[in-house]
Every structure is written in structure tokens, then in C-alpha cells.
Design a protein around this ligand. Sequence first.
Ligand code: EPU
Length: 419
Amino acid sequence: MTGGTRLAGEVAVPGAKNSVLKLMAASLLAAGRTMLSAVPDILDVSVMSKVLAGLGATVERDAAGGRLSIEVPQAPGVAADGELVRQIRASVAVLGPLVARRGEARVALPGGDAIGSRALDIHVNGLTKLGALVDVESGVLVARCSGRLQGASIWLDFPSVGATENLLMAGVLAKGTTVIDNAAQEPEIADLCAMLTAMGGRIDGAGSSTLIIDGVDQLTSVEHRTVADRIVAGTYAIGALMTGGDVLIRHGQAAHLSIVLEKLVQAGAEVDVRDDGFRVVGRGQPRSIDVVTLPYPGFPTDLLPQIIALESVSRGTSLITENIFDSRFAFCRELHKLGADLRTDGHHVIVRPTARLSGTRVTASDVRAGAGLVLAGLVADGVTEVSDVHHIDRGYARFVENMTDLGADIRRVSDRAVA
Ligand code: EPU
């Protein structure tokens, strides 16, 4: 891409990657046809569809229309394909539904982005509390339970998104009451609660840090619309500010981005919240801001690379602190190649002002790092070439097309590079 253009116009935000993948897993909780809408046309949905197909489900996708139909048999398989599971960490979400419904689940230790150690102890401890026996056998996590899971009180060491979701999906079919304390409160979890409730689950406290679940014997499949992707919305919002642009982010839910939009306003953006989205206008060079990532409602770690890219062209020095993952700063090495002045120390990075970023070849190491590099390339002098863009495809539908529509000078050269 060639930097120097401003983003202007409208962009529509699809459903959230980090919700739809769990909604797909939740379909395993009931026999019959689950219909999901606002499904983003991204790579991870394709991989998760194959995981479900491997478990005996029939998955039909209307990618352009954003619809997904999942027909789940009476007795889905219990072993998720190892090769697929290693490609996306979200596939660990089939663990809860399968052990609850079939009394057994086998899931290879998952892969996904190279952004940290990402243990599963909180999932395992919670499932054990519900009465499952969990072991690792030759790199495969095996959870078993004779009879039904039993409701229990579970206090999470950390409000893990994935563990909260797995325990919710296990708890809805457990016998008796399950209480999850210190639960994650991300909007994607509230979305999962909404779908589980529509299926007949009994959940109190959706969206809060205490979830109380009264187990039921059986659930029914439903139709459900995926919540809008706040990270995709936030990425375009940061791009608008960085480029001195003017972008209407349709379907973006400002309420799910309160702290992010507040920070962007501090940095100089004008934000106008509308009924169906919000508009972000940037004027002149942004002011530097300090950011600390935290579980929701804190600043999302999934916007960290994008915010570091913003800070690298802002006026003044900023301190960014990452509290969720231990390797997200690998991105800084790539941004440094574009001329950014960054110094990392433990889980902090200090970003000092640079006169100009200057385009060169960089590599996306994960989905958000890829998005951050594209944003940096939009304001860098000359041509920036980002490789390994398959990472961006994992979470951003029509990214190049949307950026082009907004006025960016960007094109996809091949599956392996964008320039
Ligand atoms: N953790 C543990 N033990 C566990 C579970 C988590 O130590 O049993 C640690 C992890 O190692 C990590 C932290 O807790 O350091 C947060 O992990 P969490 O379980 O909350 O995250 P996740 O469920 O693995 C989801 C999103 C991530 C997002 C995080 C935090 C999906 C598919 N992934 O991951 O999204 O960053 O929540 O909000 O929902 C992305 O989209 O780019 C992405 C990485």
C-alpha cells in the first residue's frame, strides 16, 4: 500500500469473530438446525465449520449473505480434528458442549495466534469442579464424565473469556445450579448467554461478573444474530483518526467501545454516536495517550497493535501497558522497521514521536498485528508491503476492499502478500 491517503466514507461492521466461533460451538448443545446471521466472511469461520463437520454436523454457509446453517445430529462425535484445532484456539470451545452433551470430549491442545503461552488451566479446573475428569493424552485434552455434569460454584482465577464460555456451555446442561464468579464480561459472552437463553438455558447475570446457571435437561436449536465486532469497528475508528479521516462505522456499537472511544476523543478524535453506528473524524496530528489493556470493560488487548500504531504518529510520548498476553509486543519489532520509536520493557512499551514512518516490508505475526501494520502503512511515506496476510483474513472480512472503498491506496498482491 502507498501511504498518505485519508480514510473517508462508510464501512459496515459484520458480526464478531470472537462471538460467532463460540455460537457455532454452542450449536452442539442441541440436536437440529441452528441458523446464525451476521456471520463474518473470515477464515476462522471456515476452519470452525470444518471442526463441526468433523463432529458430524452439516454446515452450510452463505458467505456473501452472512448466514450459516448448522445441522447437529442426535449424537455428535466427541473427537475434534487435531489438525484443525491447532489452527484456531477458539475450537477449544467445543469442549464444554461435548462433555455436557456426550459425556466425553477430545480436543487437541489448540493453536491460534502466536501471542503468548495461553494456558487452559482455568477451563480444566472449572470442568473438574463440574465433575469431569480431565487429562492430557498424547497432546489431546480429554474430558470425561459418567452421567451428567453436576452444578458447582466456580471462582475463576482470572476472568478468562474462553473458560467463562466453556463453563457456561457446560453448566447449562449440568444437573443443578452452577455459579461462575469472576466471570469475563465481554459483550461476546453476553451474546452467547442470549443464544443459550433462547435455546432454553436458564442464566442469570449475563454481561456481569457473576453468572448463575440453572441446568436444564435439554436445549433446542435456534436462530441467532451475532453481535457486531467491536474490534473491527475499533480498528476502522483508529484508522480514521490516524489518517485525519472521516468514517461512519455502520453497525458499530459505541456502548461496547466506551473506553476506546473515550481514549480516541482524548487523542483528538470527534466521535458522533448514531442509532446504527458511530462516526469518527480526525483533524491534524493526534495527541499521545496512555493505554492499559484489561479485561472488559477495560481497553481491549485486541486493539493494542492498532493503538501502538496510532501512538507512533502522535504528538508526545505515550506509555502502553499490556496485561492480558505475554507476547503481543512482537508486533513492535515490525513497527520499528517502519521507523517507529518504541522501547519495550516487560509488559510496557514507550512510544516516542517520530517525524514520519517510512514504508518497507513487514510481516504480520497475528490477526491484530496485521491490522496494526496496515494502519501504520496508511500513514507511512512510500510503499509498505505486509506479508503473511492470511492472519488478517482470520478476523477481518473484506479488509482490503473496505480500505479501498474508504480511499486507501492498497491492493492484495497474492495470498501471501499485500502491497
Ligand atoms: N489464561 C490462562 N489459563 C486459562 C485461560 C486463559 O492462564 O485457562 C490466560 C491466557 O494465557 C491469557 C489470558 O488468560 O494470558 C486471557 O485469556 P482468555 O482466556 O481471556 O482469552 P481467550 O479466550 O484465549 C479470547 C479471544 C482473544 C482475546 C482474548 C481476551 C477468542 C477466540 N479469542 O481469547 O482474541 O484477545 O479473549 O479478550 O475469543 C483476537 O481476536 O485477536 C484474539 C486473540
